[in-house]
Write a protein that binds this ligand. Structure first.
Ligand SMILES: [Zn+2]
Ligand SMILES: [Zn+2]
Length: 349
């Protein structure tokens, strides 16, 4: 099937219209028209080839909401007209221990990324959601329940699940004390989801100026991390801190805020961790862990939870021809809090 997307032809290029082919449907494939696609900071890293494994031409986008246009002969869970979603991965081996217990993102053979990945069957480069159409195997297609605002649902597929998964892993609920560092696309979802799960939520920020935003999102308060006295009096007060800062920073001051058995969860790739004081880790069994998206079943649980609780990202909806400007603005954190592309603004080829 011929389709069109916005692609970078080589590393660092601006995105421009590009016609390409989507594969013919395999028996277990679902074809969809993309309705909305969120813009994630990963898209910037990949287009710039910051991680060195980009494949070009590259159509980014892994927060995808669409409508089913066709299904393969063996598909049982979806039919034409269904509202669906695809996140950061489109395939995995389906046979290893991780796939069997629903953590396909940790597949022993590696998940297949939605873009800048290699199809497991024919080796073709995968292309993402800044495009008119998408084809994905049934097992990696999510269902969007009726009533969820489609224009704001897309960021649940990456920003949402990335913050929901650690909250669930730590059994966060009423009575839990949760801290959130950073108030961007991921951070604002961490606040909303932790509040939705019933936790007491505090935003941690270097300055006071985020306080009104934090309270608007449902947080109970703001802790200013540059205020030594406030940091001292907040020691041992959090069960879980979700750290969304995407660049290298000192973790030790945050470790001291954790209660015994508490966890500091890194959801950004910050590279080498240096100068870490082991004292708060050893004396109190505190831990530093990382987390990456979530499995398919957990992603569906998140979408259903958000529909039930009416929890949605704060989005700025743009047209596809504004995408390069949006990527520049995202680099400056100039968005509250997630860009979503209305793909109706991209005409079919
Ligand atoms: Zn993402
Ligand atoms: Zn696997």
């Amino acid at each position: 099937m011929k389709t069109i997307g916005y692609a970078a032809q080589s590393a660092g290029d601006t995105l421009a219209p590009w016609e390409f082919e989507r594969r013919d449907l395999r028996p277990n494939d679902v074809a969809m028209e993309v309705l909305y696609c969120g813009i994630c900071f990963t898209d910037i890293h990949q287009v710039q080839d910051d991680w060195g494994w980009g494949i070009f031409p590259m159509v980014p986008g892994h927060e995808i909401v669409g409508r089913v246009t066709d299904v393969g002969s063996d598909v049982t869970q979806f039919k034409k007209g269904d509202t669906v979603a695809v996140g950061c991965m489109v395939d995995s081996c389906q046979e290893c221990d991780q796939c069997h217990h629903g953590e396909e993102q940790f597949c022993r053979e590696g998940m297949t990324l939605t873009y800048a990945g290699r199809d497991r069957i024919n080796g073709e480069t995968t292309q993402g959601g800044y495009s008119k159409h998408l084809v994905c195997r049934e097992e990696f297609v999510l269902r969007i329940p009726e009533g969820l605002d489609l224009s704001r649902a897309a960021p649940l597929l990456c920003a949402g699940i990335t913050t929901y998964s650690p909250l669930r892993h730590w059994n966060i609920g009423p009575g839990s004390q949760v801290g959130v560092i950073g108030l961007g696309g991921l951070g604002h979802m961490a606040v909303k989801l932790a509040v939705g799960l019933g936790a007491d939520v505090t935003v941690l920020s270097r300055t006071e100026d985020k306080e009104a935003d934090a309270l608007d999102l449902g947080a109970d308060g703001l802790l200013v991390s540059s205020d030594d006295a406030a940091m001292e009096s907040a020691q041992s007060s959090f069960d879980l801190i979700i750290d969304t800062i995407p660049v290298k920073h000192d973790l030790t001051p945050y470790l001291r805020l954790l209660d015994i058995n508490g966890g500091l969860v890194l959801v950004g790739q910050i590279g080498p961790i240096e100068e870490l004081d082991s004292e708060p880790v050893v004396m109190g069994r505190r831990c530093i862990v990382g987390s990456a998206i979530g499995g398919i079943a957990e992603t569906q649980e998140l979408i259903d939870f958000c529909a039930k609780k009416n929890i949605l990202p704060e989005c700025e909806i743009i047209k596809i021809d504004q995408v390069n400007d949006a990527l520049e603005r995202l680099k400056r954190s100039d968005v509250r809090y997630r860009f979503v592309i209305d793909m109706a603004s991209l005409a079919a080829p």
